[in-house]
Design a protein around this ligand. Structure first.
Ligand SMILES: [Zn+2]
Length: 183
């Protein structure tokens, strides 16, 4: 009962992603795709967009060469905090070219982002040879006692798939070579 009343007082509500036309989600995904092109070796990009006026609040591209935790979503979250502070998360949507990995989805859940939209699924990335931890973003959300954000996948999937498919094997080999060289 204690728990229940605490939750009732909790003001955060997820953004209804289906209330926004798909074409509007696609416009934001195109920006995430453009960000992804900034790193051809690891073409994963993300943008954080404020729902009310569709302003792009932050951008990120995978920069794991600098830091292993710097997936596109984490870079975008850090960019957001640097520019806007650690507030307003419930008003924004995270757009990412690939389904957030467990690390990134957990970060988004702790932030309390209003919703998450992705292009290519973790399963699909794994199919084309890109190493992934096989925990779907919905499983991370389902495991959270407080986060209930909506998630919408496969937006512009043909384009987000195309980002990584041609390079998939090369990227995987290159990634392993870089990893081995760093030992
Ligand atoms: Zn990630």
């Amino acid at each position: 009962m204690e728990q229940k009343s605490l939750r009732a007082d909790f003001k955060w509500h997820p953004i209804d992603l289906s209330a926004t036309p798909l074409s509007v989600h696609e416009d934001a995904m195109r920006l995430a795709i453009a960000a992804a092109r900034g790193n051809p070796a690891f073409p994963f990009g993300a943008v954080i967009v404020r729902k009310v006026d569709r302003q792009v609040m932050a951008t990120g591209v995978n920069t794991r060469a600098a830091n292993p935790t710097f997936h596109g979503e984490i870079v975008a979250i850090n960019d957001y905090v640097a520019r806007h502070g650690n507030l307003g998360w419930g008003e924004v949507i995270l757009y990412t070219t690939g389904e957030p990995c467990p690390m990134c989805m957990t970060a988004a859940a702790w932030a309390g982002v209003g919703g998450v939209v992705y292009g290519t699924s973790i399963e699909k990335l794994r199919q084309v040879g890109i190493d992934q931890i096989l925990i779907p973003a919905t499983a991370v959300i389902g495991a959270s006692p407080v986060y209930h954000g909506e998630i919408l996948g496969h937006v512009l999937q043909a384009e987000t798939d195309a980002l990584s498919e041609p390079q998939a094997r090369l990227t995987s080999v290159r990634a392993r070579q870089q990893w081995l060289a760093a030992r």
